[in-house]
Design a protein around this ligand. Sequence first.
Ligand code: SAH
Length: 523
Amino acid sequence: MNFQKNDTVTVTIEDMGSDGQGIGRADGFTLFVKDAVVGDTVEARIVKNKKTYAYARTEKVVTPSPFRVEPKCPCHRQCGGCQLQALSYEKQLEFKQDKIRNNLIRIGGFSPKDIDRCMEPIVGTEQPFRYRNKAQYPVGTDRDGNVIAGFYAGRTHSIVANTDCLLGVEENREILEIILEHMRKNHISAYDEATGEGLVRHVLIRKGFTSGEIMVCLVLNKKMTDVSPQEAGRRKEGDKNSPCTYSSSALEWIAGQEELLRRLSQVKGMTSVSVNCNTERTNVILGREVVTIWGSPAITDTIHVRDMNRPDFPITGRELSFSISPLSFYQVNPIQTEKLYSLALAYAGLTGRETVWDLYCGIGTISLFLAGSAKKVCGVEIVPQAIEDARENAQRNGIANAEFFVGKAEEVLPAFYADAAGREDTDAIGSGLLSPASDSADMLHPDVIVVDPPRKGCDEACLAAMLQMRPQRIVYVSCDSATLARDLKVLCEGGQYRIERLRGVDMFSQGVHVETAVLLVRT
Ligand code: SAH
C-alpha cells in the first residue's frame, strides 16, 4: 500500500532522528513524524510521501509516551527552535548521548566496545530553560499593521509575535515591550524584508550572567551617512571593511531617542545601548557599524574554571573575565560553557610546561583557559576582529604567554610547519610567524593541539598538519558529532592516535544540537 498526501495514519514512535523527529513504521513504511516523541502513539497526517518513507505531522497524541512532558512554551510547535521540548530532560540527554555514540560508530567506524570504554555520561545542566545570554528578535508588522517582535515561524520569514522566548532571560520581555511601545507611540516603522523599507530590523540583547550587565543593540535600516556625515567621513580614511564601533550620544538615530534611552536605562542591569547600521537586503542580522548611544560599548562577563574530575564540577577559584561587544562572538550558554572549557582543560592534562595550539580560537576563550596552566599557547582564528578581542582579553586577564594569529587553521598550521621545519633543518632564522626561534621549535612539535571548529569540522589540510606535528594529545571540541566522527576517523586511521576520553556537554537544552569533547592520545 502507498500513502497519499493528507492521509492520516496511526503510528507508534520507536526512535528519534537526529533532527528530533519521531520515527515509526506503518505498513512497511518508515514515517518521520514531526512533533512526536519516542514512546508516543500518534495520529499523524502525511505531508510528503516517497517510495519507502514518508513525512508526517502529528495531529493528535493517542497514547502519550512516558517520556512526554507538557511543553512550557505555547509557541513551541510554530517556532521549531526547540525540537525536543516535549521530551523529558533526562530523555533529551539520552537522545544526545546516543546521537554522539551512533555517529562515532556509523560515520567514524569505531567499534561500540571502544566507544563505550571511553565515553563518559553527558554533562547535563541545572538550567534547561532561560540559559541563553543572547537574544536576537526580528521586528516586523502584523496583519493589522501593529509593530511586533518575535520569531520566524518554522522555516519561513514571517514573524510570530512573542517577546518571551523561554530559552532567553526574563529581562528580554521588559526590554522588547519598552522598544515596541516606543515605536508605536512615535510612529516608528518596522523593517519590511519584502520592500526593504522601514527602520527597525532586529533587537539584539546580551546579558553577562555573572556580572548581571545587559546590552541592547537596535539594528536599524539606516546608513551611517544618513545620521553623521562627519563620522562617515572619518571612517573612509580607515579600513572600510573592518567592523567599527563609535561612541556618540549626540546623534538622533530614532525619534524620541532621549525618552527611549531614559526608559531602557531604568531596566535593572542596563549598561550599554547601541545602534547597528544594516541596509543590506540579506538575512545577515548585524551590519558592520555600531554606535554606542548610552553607557559603555561592551559588557563584561566571567567564566569560572571548574574541576571536571569531581562530581558536581565545583568551581576551582580560577576565573577569566571577558569583554563582549555587540559584534563579538561569545558562547550563548555561559553555564555549560564553563563545563565545556573546563573539560577541554582537564583533557589537555597541562602541568605548566606544555606548548599548545588552540585552533579556531574565536575570542581566545579556550586559549586563555589553557594559558594559565601551560608554557605557551598559540591561537588561530579566521575572523580578524575576534583575534583583536582575544589579544585584549589576554591583557585584561594578565596573560602574557598566549599569542594569536589571524588566518585559516588549514593555512596557518601547514605554513607554520613548513617554515619551522625548514628552520629546524637549516637553523635559519626569519620566520614571519613566531618571534623567537626557540618558540617556533617548541610550537613545531607541541604537546597538545586543541581544535574547536564550526559545524563543518576541520579541513583535511589542517588534520594532515596536526598529524605531522605529532602532539602527545589532541583535544577535539565539536558542535557537530557527525563531522567530529569523520575527522576522528582520519586522525585515528593511521594508528597514530586513539580515543582516550570522550564526553558530551548539553549546551542547547530543548534543541537537538550537542557539544562533544574528545581526548586523543598518541599511541
Ligand atoms: N573556541 C571558540 C570559538 C569556537 S567557534 C569559543 O569557544 O568561543 C569556531 C570558530 O572558528 C569561530 O570563531 C570561527 O570564526 C572560526 N573559524 C571558522 N573557520 C575557520 C578556519 N578555517 N580557520 C580558523 N578559524 C575558523
